[in-house]
Design a protein around this ligand. Structure first.
Ligand SMILES: C[S@@+](CC[C@H](N)C(=O)[O-])C[C@H]1O[C@@H](n2cnc3c(N)ncnc32)[C@H](O)[C@@H]1O
Length: 233
């Protein structure tokens, strides 16, 4: 199997995978990713305001934001979003503006809608990560930040070999194991006004990173506008 084939991650495979994960996601991935989520929230709250969480999943982060922030959540998996809706109700999160079934690659929000776009453990699960980052940049206000927590693949050595070997199985579970930091650098390099402002290793094993991009100047793309579909409650 070629490296290119490893990189493919069809959307229907991901949607099915997270439909299966939804009932047990918090038990399996709650604690293990908590440090990364808290670091992302802390970074997002340094800017604050209107925050979009892409791939919000079961809404596990939502209660941890200060109520002074206005939160919007989108995810491609309706079963995951139903869990998020239950959480919003359980915690009385009146600062959550809405949860929408939406594809990260085609966000149905106008340009410059958000002060911060957060995506925790998401970019390596989407079919086209660069197009997805373009969308994040489009909906971000100038001066705002994209804040990611994401797996970064090894550039060499045994870990790289294992990551590529495990890639086909990982895709069935809904994510990529191999994803070089160079892809983020190349994306920032070719995207007007987006500057990489931080990369910080995150647990487990430092295989994940907190990655921040700042939008320094005027917008990057066209005026895409459509009506979001509210997740059934
Ligand atoms: C590993 S989970 C992360 C969930 C949550 N952010 C967390 O911190 O645990 C990845 C999430 O991204 C969502 N996702 C995957 N591809 C997506 C896409 N193209 N558009 C929107 N959400 C997507 C999945 O449905 C899933 O809920």
């Amino acid at each position: 199997m070629t490296l290119m084939a490893h990189a493919e991650l069809p959307k229907d495979m991901v949607t099915k995978a997270y439909g299966r994960w939804a009932p047990v996601y918090d038990v399996v991935f709650g604690a293990v990713f908590d440090r990364g989520r808290q670091a992302a929230i802390e970074a997002a709250e340094r800017i604050g305001g209107r925050i979009l969480e892409v791939g919000v999943g079961t809404g596990i982060s939502l209660p941890d934001y200060k109520r002074t922030n206005r939160l919007c959540g989108v995810d491609i998996s309706e079963p995951m979003l139903r869990k998020a809706q239950e959480r919003v109700t359980e915690f009385g999160l009146s600062n959550v503006e809405g949860l929408w079934v939406m594809d990260a690659e085609h966000l149905c929000f106008p340009d410059a809608s958000f002060d911060v776009v957060v995506a925790q453990y998401v970019v390596t699960t989407v079919p086209n990560p660069e197009a997805t980052l373009d969308e994040f940049a489009r909906v971000l206000k100038p001066g705002g930040e994209i804040i990611l927590v994401s797996r970064v693949g090894a550039d060499a050595g045994l870990r790289r070999v294992l990551e590529h070997g495990f890639a086909p199985a990982a895709r069935k579970l809904g994510w990529r194991t191999e994803f070089s930091f160079g892809r983020y650098l190349r994306w920032a390099g070719r995207t007007d006004g987006m500057v990489l402002t931080e990369r910080r290793a995150m647990p487990p094993f430092g295989h994940f990173s907190l990655i921040r991009f700042t939008k320094a100047a005027e917008g990057v793309a066209s005026n895409v506008e459509c009506t979001p579909i509210q997740a059934a409650g």
